[in-house]
Structure formats: C-alpha cells, structure tokens
Design a protein around this ligand. Structure first.
Ligand SMILES: *[C@@H]1O[C@H](CO)[C@@H](O)[C@H](O)[C@H]1NC(C)=O
Ligand SMILES: *[C@@H]1O[C@H](CO)[C@@H](O)[C@H](O)[C@H]1NC(C)=O
Ligand SMILES: *[C@@H]1O[C@H](CO)[C@@H](O)[C@H](O)[C@H]1NC(C)=O
Ligand SMILES: *[C@@H]1O[C@H](CO)[C@@H](O)[C@H](O)[C@H]1NC(C)=O
Ligand SMILES: *[C@@H]1O[C@H](CO)[C@@H](O)[C@H](O)[C@H]1NC(C)=O
Ligand SMILES: *[C@@H]1O[C@H](CO)[C@@H](O)[C@H](O)[C@H]1NC(C)=O
Ligand SMILES: *[C@@H]1O[C@H](CO)[C@@H](O)[C@H](O)[C@H]1NC(C)=O
Length: 627
C-alpha cells in the first residue's frame, strides 16, 4: 500500500512540480502506537495523504481533514501547514515531499509529525482539530554565540529578542492566516523573527501555544545567533539574517521574470517556440488567476473585518432596556468621559455602559475603526471593550462588567500584603501589554486608582484605556498635546506642565499607584495629616534618604508583609517616579524587577515634585532576563 502511495505521489510530481527542493528538519513518530500493515487504518492514512497533497495547491497554505468513516473507529485526522510567506508552488512541493518521506520514515506509526523548512505535516488517530498541542516538540539552534563569551551585550540580545517575540505574538494573533514576521534592529545586528499557528486554532489557544514556545527559548537558544521551537500547533524562529520573504507576497511579475530567465537559458528550436510561448501564457495566466483569487480572498477578509465592526455595534433599544433607560439606580459612577451605568442583557450577561458626555472629535467611521482596534486589545488585566452604540445623541461604549469596585474605593485595609503584590503585578502586566505587546502601543495617560477595577477574585483590570484614540485626540504613540486628559497627582511633570507624553508618563503614574497601594495612602487627598510633607511622594523620598523606608509601611500590613520585598517594591516605585523621564524604567523592566529578586536595581534619582526639572543621563541597568 505504501508503495501505491509513493507511486501516486511521484506521478503527481511528474505532472508538474517545479524543481524546488524542500528542506527536512525533523520528525517524531513514537513507535508505541502502531497499526498493522494493510489494515483499515493504513487505507485511511493513505487516503488522508492523497487528500492533503491534492489540496496543497490551494493557496491558503493550510488544510485539515479526516479520513475514514466514524463507524470503523479507525479514522485519521491530518493537516498540513505551509509557512505563511512561501509561494503556493513551494507549499505544494513541500507537502508532497513531506508526505512521501513520512511513509518511509514512519511506516506503521499512528501519530506522526514531520517538519520541513517550508511546511509541516501531521496526522494521528487521536482527533486534534482546533486544540493546541505542544508535544512532541523539537528545538533547533545556530550553535554560534551571538557575542564573544563574557560580552555583556548578550543580555541585551536576549532581552531584545524576548521583547520582539512578545510583540510578534500579537501580530500572529491578529493576522488572518495566523502568521507574522517581525524585525528589530535595536541591537548590534538585525533580528528577524517569525511565528505561526495552525489556522484552526482559536486565538487564546494560539496565544498559549506561542507563549509556551517562547518560554523555551532561554533554555534552548539563549545567546545563540538563531533558534527555532517547533510544536505541532505552532512554531517560532529567529535568525540574524532574513530567512523569509518580506510581507508583500512575491508579485506575479517576479514569477514571470523567473520563467523568462529559465527559458532564455536554453536555446529554443523555432518549432518549439510557439509551444514554449503557450506554456508561458499558461504560466502567466495561472499566476494572474492565483493573484485574482488572492485578491478576492483579501476582499473577503476585509468584508469579514467590516462585519466585525458591525458585530460590535449594539442597538440603542437593547442598551436602554439593559440599563433601565439609564436609571439612577443603575449608575455605577462618573468618570472623566461621562457616566457609567450597569446593565443586564437579555441573555443575563452583565455589562457596564459608559455614556459619553461629548461626541467623539472625529467622524463616525474613524470612531468605529478606533473602537474596533481598542476592542482587539484583550488581556486579563484590562477591562474588555465589548462594543459601542451610536444612536440619536448618544455615544455609548459597552464594557464587560467588573463586579468589585475600583481600587480607590476598595478599602486598602481589606487587602493583605500578597494580595497587594498580586494587584501591583497585574497592573504592571496590563500596562506592559498596552505599551509593548499590543500592535497599537497605547499610552493610557490617565492611570489612577479609580481606573483600576477589581474582579470577583480581586484581580486588577485597567479601565479607560484607548480613550484618546477613540476621541481622536491624537493618534501618535508619543508627542505633545494641548489636551491633557490625566489627573493631577498621577501625572508626570513633563505631561502636566508641557503636555509631553510618552510611555514614560504612564510609568510615572504607575509608580504613584504602587506607592499608594503599599502605603495605603493617597498621593494628595487624605494624605497623613500629621506629616509636614505635601505629598506622599515627597514623604517617601525623605524617608528613603533617611534610611527609614519601613516607616512608610501601611500599619495594617504589619502582620502580613515581608520587609525585604517591601523595600524592593518601594525602590521600584521610586525608580518609576524619577523626574527625568529617560531615567524611568520601561514597563517591561518593571515587570521583570517585580518578578525577580536577583535583578540589581539602580539608585533612584530625585522624584518630580513639580518644582522644575533637572537633566541627567544615568541609565538603568537590568539584571538577567526572564522571558
Ligand atoms: C521503539 O523504539 C525504541 C528506540 O527508539 C526501541 O528501543 C524499541 O525496540 C522500539 N520498539 C518497537 C516495538 O519497535
Ligand atoms: C490511538 O491508537 C492507540 C494505539 O493503537 C490507542 O491506544 C488509542 O486508544 C487510539 N486513540 C484513539 C482516539 O482511537
Ligand atoms: C481536496 O482533496 C479532495 C480529495 O482528493 C478533493 O476531492 C478535493 O477536490 C480537494 N479540494 C481542493 C480544493 O483541491
Ligand atoms: C483551547 O484551549 C482550551 C484550554 O486548553 C481548551 O479547553 C479549549 O477546548 C480549546 N479550544 C478549542 C476550540 O479546542
Ligand atoms: C549561523 O548563523 C550564521 C550567521 O548568520 C550563519 O552564517 C550560519 O550559516 C548559521 N549556521 C547555521 C548552522 O545555521
Ligand atoms: C558560547 O557561550 C557559551 C556560554 O555562554 C560558552 O560556554 C561557550 O564556550 C561559547 N562558545 C564559543 C565558541 O564562544
Ligand atoms: C559593557 O562592557 C563595556 C566594556 O566592555 C562597558 O564599557 C559597558 O559599560 C558595559 N555595559 C554594561 C551595561 O555593563
């Protein structure tokens, strides 16, 4: 039977595969689950491979199917996945090569994965459709070190790699074909990274798969010039040279030029010339048809995106019914952008509706687009934006409902030390996501205790992000603005005084939040009346310099806190509120510093007391990197 498959496959090959070569990487097929030769299972396996190869000419680069009927209980699930940037031809060659190779290398095994440079083929008697599988897995690396031994740039290399990889994940999740590449040239060499999930994976499962693969990098490939982690459901790769074709897929013109070169290198007898011309015409036509198909697919995707915007749109009647016509009983609070109401939809889902007091400063279409982008920002430490509603005079934003009140309302006394640490860590990860992991690079600009909501298990969720975008205040990730949306007391001096904002202004606000959470005191309001200091910040700075940081501790924590950790957290807080924005760490450093005790923290410079600015250029030093 295996021979029959091979014969069939080689016939397909003769019928029209270009002579590209597929590079084998690895395969896994445990001999613990095997079938008897010439069994029903084998018939189904062979059928499956036919189908995969047959469908490899589709230009989706992915196909999954099941062979055999359910009754026989000998069904085989299988799929192929081509790298997102390879041409349809290369994909066909690769799937064909993999399918013919695998019947030789795994003749009787039931559970098989084989990886090539350009594609992966997988089948199993176990159904795996839509689930993320991280076993078996393989890693590969370039054994050359990125730098000489002892060169301190290795740490930087690892760090930039981690950051790039994290950014890559989001791009994969957003991509229609779950494939993305990302480059970074902040280190001494350009890093090229690639990530891909099988297209059947739901977004969270794809995200989980990629994150798991990235977590393997420090163990397999730390400091190495290149590396890959291959899972059955996803894979990642990085190199210091370009190994994929750049995002716009190879244009048909290039293919035609290749064809011409090939033809011109042979002397074509005049009788054959018309034939060659026909072939050329067919090839060109084929390319255009394929291009048309691709264009059509992209159009369909664009339409899908439109329907996504529509699906975010709520009917005004539904919102009015849910909030009992915005009754006072349903009001949860009032923020900078308007009142917030609690609502319950027909399906019992609870929502929070923000009734915007002013119209968005931009057109309806831009507003919808921004809402769509902000709705795509999803993280466990962010309040989820479910949609919007435009009707009559109303502009409403619909959010998931978070049961507990905001952090400032929430009595600090109910939170013990470890809970406070969890909250700080969650807030930091939420901001990090906004700053670096999301494609948008959102600067919150109004981080404060009342914008941190706590869910039923007291996990923090940041609210009110993306408001500047949705209001068209500006669409840059940093710059200067006349419209200051922040809150005094939390605002970085350069933002409050000069309207200059950047991710470092959020870091400042985070530092204030951290100090408030640890000390149980507010920066301005309600600050301890018996101390002469005007703000918590100046008080903290004085105690720090006098070596009496422990006096800052919230007395309610005295039975649950850990002094060493307390000191470190205050230290991190002070680094975040330094006057010079350049000195403040980024959120990714903050997350690392919070997580690891072994990171050496630099000495904090003077915080900002709103008394003018000083300039200095001290840089922040980071310890070892954890992914
Ligand atoms: C399975 O493979 C292992 C090592 O790869 C080998 O030692 C063992 O004999 C094989 N078992 C069977 C049943 O072929
Ligand atoms: C797959 O095959 C193995 C070995 O023959 C068997 O133990 C297992 O139950 C099978 N799984 C399914 C889902 O049929
Ligand atoms: C996929 O393969 C099956 C079986 O060979 C075939 O009937 C079907 O037409 C193929 N589909 C496409 C789109 O090539
Ligand atoms: C995604 O992963 C989760 C958790 O591993 C799993 O429960 C769920 O079934 C997966 N989703 C699908 C569609 O398989
Ligand atoms: C390792 O990386 C270097 C530099 O890019 C490259 O020249 C070399 O071919 C790579 N080696 C392997 C085995 O990939
Ligand atoms: C590469 O780095 C590792 C650990 O940093 C070191 O043990 C090894 O000797 C280095 N190899 C070369 C060729 O420099
Ligand atoms: C790295 O080493 C160079 C000299 O080899 C030194 O000048 C530089 O300060 C070091 N950088 C860090 C961050 O330690």
């Amino acid at each position: 039977m295996a021979e029959v498959v091979l014969l069939f496959l080689s016939m397909v090959a003769l019928l029209g595969f270009p002579t590209t070569k597929a590079d084998y990487l690895a395969h896994v097929c445990p001999n613990t689950t095997v079938f008897t030769p010439n069994s029903i299972f084998q018939t189904n396996r062979d059928q499956l491979l036919y189908t995969l190869v047959d469908n490899a000419s589709r230009d989706t680069g992915f196909y999954q199917t099941t062979a055999g009927n359910q009754i026989s209980e000998e069904t085989v699930d299988g799929l192929f996945l081509c790298r997102g940037d390879v041409s349809a031809d290369a994909c066909r060659v690769c799937v064909y090569t993999a399918a013919s190779k695998v019947v030789q290398m795994c003749p009787v095994e039931k559970q098989v994965v084989i990886w090539y440079d350009d594609c992966m083929v997988r089948y199993s008697n176990q159904s795996f459709l839509s689930t993320a599988e991280d076993s078996p897995w393989v890693f590969m690396r370039n054994t050359t070190n990125a730098t000489q031994v002892g060169d301190n740039r290795t740490t930087l290399f690892n760090q930039v790699l981690a950051n790039t990889m994290i950014g890559l994940v989001l791009e994969v999740l957003i991509a229609a074909d779950k494939f993305a590449t990302k480059e970074d040239s902040t280190v001494f060499t350009t890093l090229y990274t690639l990530g891909q999930c099988t297209q059947d994976l739901p977004t969270p499962n794809c995200s989980g798969c990629l994150t798991g693969a990235i977590a393997r990098l420090p163990f397999c490939c730390s400091g190495k010039l290149g590396g890959r982690v291959l899972y059955p459901s996803c894979n990642i790769r990085y190199e210091v040279y370009p190994f994929y074709s750049s995002p716009p897929p190879p244009a048909p013109v290039a293919t035609v030029r290749k064809g011409k070169n090939k033809l011109s290198s042979i002397v074509i007898p005049s009788i054959l010339a018309p034939v060659a011309l026909c072939v050329l015409v067919v090839v060109v036509a084929g390319c255009f048809i394929r291009k048309l198909k691709r264009a059509k697919r992209q159009q369909n995707e664009a339409e899908n995106d439109m329907t996504t915007v529509e699906s975010l749109q709520f009917d005004l009647g539904i919102i009015e019914a849910a909030t009992k016509k915005f009754s006072a009983d349903n009001m949860l609070g009032e923020g900078g952008f308007g009142q917030v109401f609690k609502g319950t939809l027909d399906n019992e889902q609870e929502i929070a509706v923000k009734r915007l007091s002013k119209n968005s400063g931009q057109g309806v279409r831009e507003f919808k687009n921004e809402v769509l982008l902000v709705a795509k920002l999803q993280h466990r430490n962010l309040v989820k934006l479910l949609g919007f509603c435009l009707g009559g005079e109303e502009t409403l934003l619909v959010y998931e409902y978070v049961p507990n009140k905001s952090l400032d309302y929430f009595l600090f006394e109910q939170l013990d030390w470890s809970r406070r640490c969890t909250i700080i860590g969650g807030i930091a990860r939420g901001i990090l996501y906004l700053h670096e992991d999301s494609r948008l690079r959102v600067i919150h600009r109004d981080l404060k205790a009342s914008n941190i909501l706590l869910d039923a298990s007291l996990n923090p969720k940041i609210s009110d992000f993306g408001m500047a975008r949705m209001f068209g205040v500006d669409d840059q990730t940093q710059g200067s603005t006349r419209r200051i949306v922040g809150t005094y007391g939390y605002m970085a001096p350069e933002y409050a005084m000069e309207g200059l904002y950047s991710i470092k202004s959020d870091v400042f606000s985070f530092g204030i939040l951290l100090l408030e959470i640890l000390t149980g005191r507010k920066n301005f309001l309600g600050f301890h009346p018996t101390t002469p200091e005007p703000t918590l910040l100046s008080y903290a700075w004085r105690l720090w310099n006098e070596g009496k940081v422990l006096e800052l501790m919230d007395p309610l924590l005295k039975y649950s806190f850990n002094p060493k950790e307390f000191l470190r957290y205050i230290h991190i807080g002070l680094l975040c509120v330094q006057e010079d924005a350049n000195n403040r760490p980024t959120m990714s450093s903050v997350v690392l510093m919070l997580k690891s005790e072994n990171i050496r923290l630099s000495k904090p410079e003077r915080p900002a007391f709103f008394t003018g600015r000083s300039i200095n250029d001290h840089c922040h030093t980071l310890g070892d990197l954890h992914y």
